[in-house]
Design a protein around this ligand. Structure first.
Ligand code: ADP
Ligand code: NA
Length: 335
């Protein structure tokens, strides 16, 4: 089993990233059987598909590396690196551009969303970046790729590209690429904004009060939870009572994710409680979970050289795995 997953190094991590993605990466890493491995990368090449500041990208890449290690990604056990240090990602993307079809990419809903009304002004990279994503996983013969709902379509595309390449250019008994399977991690929670229970918690929300950042100090965390939008009703004792109450459901879901309990179990314990007492309990739980992460994160950020060294070592390991696949792909194409 080889698990490959990436995250864009744009800004600091928030609770949604942690509970929806990173915590599951850590659990996969911790639960791996001997002989299996995890590769986690900072998708810095993807970041240039949107307008960006070079100085901020460099800083964000190191910051995200610190955040991942602080959350429990262990560079001694997992291969942690940034794409830009492994040129094989860009090379394989070009090779796969010959296989990917315009029609396939035109159907990607993320391109439609992110290019918006200004299709003509979007970068070519924004259009072709799902091909880079395919390269990201095919390069390592990934067997499993953890994906959120929003990335399922791109993984399907990666499988289509791999299949067409294998069909068009490889003998039947010697395909170059493994078709990766999506894993939707069972404990992956979808965390909503603290200001609007129907919008996803996101770093692109202009209001910092809408999200808990991993770098927030305990006072900020408590304040944000206390100010989170809710309704005046106490918590119901059963899930049905949360229908039509997205903000309440969100807070209960965060509590459930943090304690690894079901929403039903949390309600069984806290049903009847008002938010005046549930919010402080949730705030304390968040502080308890996040403060060790924040402390490690702050410490790591002060040691840029170690972060650089982590990425350099990870990239060296990644290049070793990528090399043979890239070479086979060149050969299959007659290059
Ligand atoms: P953002 O929406 O803040 O820009 P990204 O799109 O960079 O976050 O997502 C990084 C990872 O975190 C992805 O795996 C994504 O599925 C996950 N993620 C982001 N926001 C949330 C959320 N609110 N709840 C659960 N998972 C999330
Ligand atoms: Na996003």
């Amino acid at each position: 089993m080889r698990v490959v997953s990436g995250i864009q190094p744009t800004g600091s991590l928030h609770l949604g990233n942690y509970l929806g993605a990173i915590r599951n990466w850590v659990r996969m890493q911790d639960d791996l059987e001997p002989g299996s491995e995890c590769l986690f990368f900072l998708a810095d090449l993807h970041a240039i598909s949107m307008p960006h500041s070079p100085a901020e990208l460099k800083a964000a890449t190191l910051e995200m590396t610190a955040a991942l290690v602080a959350c429990g990604i262990d560079p001694a056990r997992s291969i942690l690196f940034n794409q830009a240090q492994v040129p094989a990602h860009s090379e394989l993307q070009w090779l796969l551009n010959g296989t990917a079809r315009m029609g396939w990419l035109s159907r990607m809903t993320q391109f439609k969303d992110k290019s918006g009304k200004n299709r003509e002004g979007a970068s070519v990279a924004l259009f072709t970046y799902p091909v880079l994503q395919a390269a990201d996983v095919l390069l390592y013969q990934a067997t499993h790729v953890p994906v959120g709902e929003d990335q399922k379509q791109h993984l399907e595309l990666a499988r289509d590209i791999a299949q067409k390449f294998n069909n068009d250019f490889c003998p039947e008994d010697a395909p170059v690429f493994t078709l990766p399977d999506p894993i939707i991690p069972p404990g992956a929670a979808r965390i909503m904004s603290l200001r609007d229970g129907t919008a996803k918690m996101s770093k692109s929300d202009p209001s910092d009060m809408s999200r808990i950042n991993l770098a927030d100090d305990p006072d900020e965390v408590m304040k944000k939870v206390k100010k989170a939008k809710t309704d005046p009703e106490p918590l119901p004792s059963e899930e049905a009572g949360l229908v039509g109450r997205p903000e309440a459901l969100n807070l209960v879901s965060i509590y459930a994710a943090l304690t690894d309990k079901s929403v039903a179990d949390v309600l069984a314990e806290h049903g009847g409680q008002g938010f005046g007492s549930f919010k402080p309990a949730l705030g304390e739980l968040l502080v308890e979970t996040l403060s060790p992460i924040t402390a490690r994160f702050t410490g790591l950020l002060e040691d840029r050289e170690s972060l650089d060294a982590i990425l350099a070592r990870g990239a060296a390991k990644a290049r070793q795995i990528a090399g043979p696949t890239l070479e086979q792909a060149y050969r299959a194409l007659g290059l």
